[in-house]
Design a protein around this ligand. Structure first.
Ligand SMILES: *Cc1c(COP(=O)(O)O)cnc(C)c1O
Length: 361
């Protein structure tokens, strides 16, 4: 099923000079484009009323279900400026599929993949001048769905708003890639079997913030969550998956199984690593083993990955009862190589053997 997006141009877009000044150093998540995509859903009517409109507040009744019961899901992907000036999306089909899977878990209607993809194409073409050309810059796209029925009873909403906003972003790190220090929380978990850990829903993030605050009090950059049952197995960060690199060249990443978000960066790196003949295991790995392997030198690198920051080296791990350095404590060779390979494909600097890029301009 597809829909045509009506276009209502922003009557007062940002002046070119002001936009270019913002694009020179956009940071992350604070610079927004002139337009947004909006589609509505109502039970009995389905998805309808697709528009590209001026970006602005979405008016919702204070009794809208999302404001009380957090029935909300989202996605995150980037549009990249290519060497010839064109623009491409990275694996939008994978985001479309994941949004549907998240919807299913949250008892929400699934957005047809063709509407998802058309919303991205229409928005990026409209706001094409907002895609930065600076190194590692991109247009970060944030599709999301909120429950908009006006009703305080607890049940799946009968009405929804799907929207896409776009944010011009620069490199995630100012002044080059830096290794992060992780805090392994003993007090808080992110996801339990049967819960919502595999769905990209805002509630997961809300529940993780107290652990992030704990990490920051301990002087750490991010949290690494342990499993909720045994409090022993590494799961992932609040918003990034994690990989371990061993001395013998093997890679390991925790298996998907309901409590881990299936990152598209994770999946892409597994394929790129296997393409070059590296062995990648999707197997559990415990915090104790991580510490032991880091001490013995058997483990040489570890990194986190996700769309926003791509690949982030992990330099040190701390918890109530431990503190260890991973490898050299800085970016490792395998980590750097994978980051370079992936970003070369994304920015159109290298061939795209898996057909991941969808050119839209
Ligand atoms: C979005 C997200 C990731 C990374 O997914 P990508 O598709 O690679 O951006 C990892 N973990 C969590 C919890 C996430 O929400």
């Amino acid at each position: 099923m597809s829909l045509t997006f009506d276009f209502e141009p922003n009557a007062a877009p940002l002046a070119t000079g002001e936009r270019d000044a913002l694009l020179a150093d956009p940071g992350f998540g604070r610079v927004f484009t002139d337009h947004m995509a909006v589609v509505r859903y109502a039970e009995g009517q389905g998805w309808h009323d697709a528009r590209i409109v001026a970006r602005g507040p979405i008016s919702t009744d204070p009794a809208s279900a999302v404001l009380h019961y957090a029935q909300e899901i989202f996605e995150g992907l980037k549009a990249y400026r290519l060497p010839d000036g064109g623009i491409a999306l990275f694996r939008p089909d994978a985001n479309a599929r994941r949004l549907r899977e998240s919807a299913r878990r949250m008892a929400m209607p699934e957005l047809p993949e063709e509407i998802f993809r058309e919303s991205l194409r229409a928005l990026v073409r409209t706001d094409r001048d907002w895609v930065p050309s600076i190194p590692d810059g991109a247009l970060y796209l944030r599709p999301f769905v909120i429950a908009s029925e006006v009703f305080l009873g607890v049940k799946p909403s009968s009405e929804y708003i799907y929207a896409v906003i776009a944010s011009s972003v620069g490199s995630y790190w100012k002044g080059g890639v830096k290794a992060v220090t992780l805090w392994a929380s003993r007090n808080y978990t992110r996801a339990a079997p049967g819960g919502t850990g595999a769905a990209k829903c805002g509630g997961n993030y809300a529940a993780s913030l107290i652990a992030l605050a704990e990490a920051q009090r301990q002087g750490c950059d991010q949290v690494v969550f342990l499993d909720a049952v045994e409090r022993r197995w590494i799961e992932e960060l609040g918003g990034m998956n994690v990989f371990f690199v061993f001395e013998d060249g093997r890679l390991r990443t925790p298996p998907l199984g309901g409590t881990i978000l299936a990152g598209i960066t994770r999946d892409s790196l597994i394929r790129l690593a296997r393409d070059q003949g590296l062995k990648v295991e999707e197997e559990p790995y415990s915090l104790d083993q991580w510490q032991a392997d880091a001490a013995s030198g058997r483990l040489t690198e570890a990194f986190a990955c996700g769309t926003a920051a791509v690949v982030t080296p992990i330099g040190r791990v701390k918890s109530d009862d431990l503190d260890f350095t991973v490898g050299s404590g800085g970016p490792g060779q395998v980590t750097e190589g994978l980051r370079q390979q992936l970003t070369d494909i994304q920015f159109g600097r290298a061939p795209d053997p898996h057909g991941w890029m969808e050119r839209i301009v």
